[in-house]
Design a protein around this ligand. Structure first.
Ligand code: HAM
Length: 438
């Protein structure tokens, strides 16, 4: 039997990986320009971290975590990046070292969800977290950066949804209001939501069960319960978003599926329908209580977001066909293979990318292969070239060839590579990339 990849987990082959690299490069350059530094945390964390911070009644923790015991440890492969980054922030005493910390991360996350279009069991997130700034300007700047990011990635059909879930007191009042609303409807709720009614009625609102969705239709929104400070925070955030010219919709029903949020919540949703129900390209919010909850002496406010890379790649025209080698070496006889290996090695040392085919193919087959892999030049060493200490350099773009001594190969290659590829080739590649991509 053929062993296959685990359901919901995908291989990314080199041509596809080139698009990922382009996306990652754009993400890094935009967030680094805004002062974020990369953090790399372990993919495995204590199960307790996620249970405590994401919440035992969330779908992520209750149903989707890959958890196991090893020796005396209860471990989970991270389902998201926020809790692990916050753990690292506390453990490494960052609050003592700097007033405001801006981190970003990129990498795989794991959730045992039912695979669907845009929904995987191993997926990748690129995210940012800011610690130490409680102000609404920080929220607005982050949301504006998210829109800049998806625009730079060539995504146009999206809407930014913004809400405030309030601080701890508001959430407690909202929980009571939801309990009052859902209790008479308990019989029509799913089994999970009947349990949630007791433990955490807020989670009924993001249940995917149609019975719960139907019952949620008339549920009260949190907006009326916001206290004065929460309402002022939200009003300032909305003002800054307007100053920044970020179009958004205020969405009082946005609650997001993780328990750690306080105040600001936001999501960027694709509107073209390409991703079906999995329309969230990225989501985030404030979580002002987590850092102290994790054992930091003082409270440290925090906010962040994470973007789903598979979803972005499904909707972006961003493309970067894998570049072919600068020079393809075609030794035509076995005795020319050693010399070709040496020449290719020396060109690579000078920064020229080379591939060599030493399988003993005909010149026709070699040229076909060089063309297929979009090589720029072919360095041919046959019996005659070998005897004369020369190499034939064929320029596949300009349809020219020259013969040069081994010692002059680098200069000949350099002279040809300095000439841009023919314009049709360039425009074909460039067209696939939105102009704003750096
Ligand atoms: P999240 O909404 O659970 O938030 O995930 C963020 C994004 O990851 C989603 O909008 C989606 O694009 C992508 N995503 C989530 N699950 C899957 C999946 N199964 N398959 C494909 N893509 C998926 C968080 O994870 C929070 N940690 C975000 C955050 C950072 N909040 C504050 N800081």
């Amino acid at each position: 039997m053929v062993v296959r990849a685990v359901r919901g987990m995908k291989d990314i082959l080199p041509d596809e990986a080139a698009r990922w690299q382009r996306l990652e490069h754009t993400f890094r350059s935009i967030v680094e320009r805004a002062g974020y530094g990369e953090v790399r945390t372990p993919h495995l964390e204590s199960t307790e971290l996620f249970v405590r911070e994401i919440g035992a009644d969330t779908d992520v923790v209750a149903k989707e975590m890959y958890s196991f015991s090893r020796h005396d440890d209860e471990l989970t492969v991270r389902p998201e990046g926020t809790a692990g980054a916050a753990r690292a922030y506390v453990q490494n005493n960052l609050a003592q070292l700097e007033p405001v910390t801006r981190w970003y991360y990129l990498g795989p996350m794991f959730r045992a969800e039912r695979p669907a279009k845009g929904r995987f069991r191993q997926f990748h997130q690129a995210g940012c977290e800011i610690y130490g700034d409680a102000g609404p300007a920080c929220d607005a700047e982050l949301i504006a950066m998210c829109t800049e990011l998806v625009m730079a990635l060539g995504v146009r059909d999206f809407v930014v949804h913004v809400n405030s879930i309030g601080s701890a007191g508001t959430r407690a009042r909202y929980r009571d209001a939801l309990r009052d609303y859902f209790s008479p409807l308990a019989g029509s709720l799913s089994d999970d939501s009947q349990r949630r009614l007791v433990t955490n009625p807020l989670r009924i609102l993001d249940s995917k069960d149609p019975r719960d969705q139907e019952a949620s239709r008339g549920a009260p929104s949190v907006s009326a319960l916001l206290d004065e400070d929460d309402a002022a925070h939200l009003a300032k955030l909305r003002g800054y978003l307007e100053d920044l010219g970020v179009p958004y919709v205020f969405d009082p029903r946005l609650v997001r599926g993780l328990d750690y949020y306080t105040r600001t919540l936001f999501e960027l949703k694709i509107t073209s329908g390409e991703l079906g129900a999995q329309d969230a390209l990225l989501g985030g919010g404030r979580y002002d209580e987590m850092i102290q909850h994790l054992g930091n002496k003082k409270p440290v406010p925090a906010i962040g977001f994470a973007m789903g890379l598979e979803r972005i790649l499904a909707v972006t025209p961003l493309g970067a066909p894998r570049a072919g080698p600068d020079c393809f070496f075609a030794p035509l006889v076995e005795s020319a293979v050693g010399r070709s290996l040496v020449l290719a090695k020396s060109l690579r040392e000078h920064g020229v990318s080379c591939e060599l085919d030493g399988r003993g193919q005909s010149v026709k087959a070699m040229l076909r292969r060089a063309n297929a892999m979009k090589a720029r030049l072919v360095a041919i060493v046959g019996q005659e070239e070998l005897e004369r200490g020369e190499v034939t350099v064929k320029d596949l773009d300009r349809h020219e060839q020259v013969r040069v001594p081994f010692a002059d190969l680098f200069d000949a290659v350099r002279a040809r590579l300095a000439v841009p590829r023919s314009s049709s080739e360039l425009s074909r590649d460039e067209l696939r990339v939105p102009a704003s991509v750096p």
